[in-house]
Write a protein that binds this ligand. Sequence first.
Ligand code: BDR
Ligand code: CA
Length: 317
Amino acid sequence: MTRKLILDLDTGIDDSLAIAYTLASPEAELIGVTATYGNVLMRDSVRNSLAVLDLLGAPGIPVHPGLPCASSAGDFSVQEISAFIHGRNGIGEVDIADSRRGAETTGAVDVIIEASRRYGDELVYVPTGPLTNLAAALKKDPSLAERLTVVLMGGALTVSGNTSPWAEANISQDPDAADAVFRSGVDATMVGLDVTLQTLLTYEHTHRWREAGTPAGAFLADMTDYYIRAYETTAPGLGGCGLHDPLAAAVAVDPSLVSTFPVNLRVDVEGPTRGRTIGDVERLNEPRKTSRVALGVDVDRFLETFMDRVTRLVRAD
Ligand code: BDR
Ligand code: CA
């Protein structure tokens, strides 16, 4: 079955790889991108998404602006660690042409609501940054929780976080939004560090893109090499960079790539563990679990599919 996907991106490096994977997947129809902040400012996420879509041969996919910061924060500035991992421009300091088109006038919140009304079960919404846009959409239209299927990159249940021992980056940028999303009852699959740190890309992989000899291949290889180099500093010994956001996109089109644990999730919003994803003890005995957490992943099948598809995409450039 073909699924219609909306990617909600803070377009950094792995977000760009999620765009590439989605475009290269025959089971997925990318109907739009909504922009959030995190790896970069929201406006730079719009810029990067438009430029990457153009370079990858998809200049018709609309990009919608989202909210620029968490509702609990007055402003947002990119953290030093994000700039270190993704580069100041979000795409590994690689220079690619700005798109000649601009963002759509309809904002992310309305796009989520309208698309879910229009496409129902066919739609999967894939946030790979803070959940600010989705939480705002659920607040505006609470009935969205009954209609929308969400596969998100974020959180960590059985492993430590990556911004603190307890918090993963996307959740830590807006813990209140993530908590509101999990408590809303929306059908959510959490693809967190438990699995994304098992799916690693190395220089041997990116070499295949460079060998394609195309602008798209050179861009993806140079950008991802920057990411791998950053991981050599932040996670020495891991053996590559985590394919966080592409794995979430892949699970959105093929849920059988992961095994999941059903649980009603919440996020700590108070105290020193703010940003931790954890089971909600108050909903522990509710028979219906609205979230599931990916805890196992078919690493070989995902990596093989990812490389085959993205390499074919860049060769066709
Ligand atoms: C997540 O944080 C961002 O830096 C990445 O793009 C990914 O979505 C990993 O924790
Ligand atoms: Ca991201």
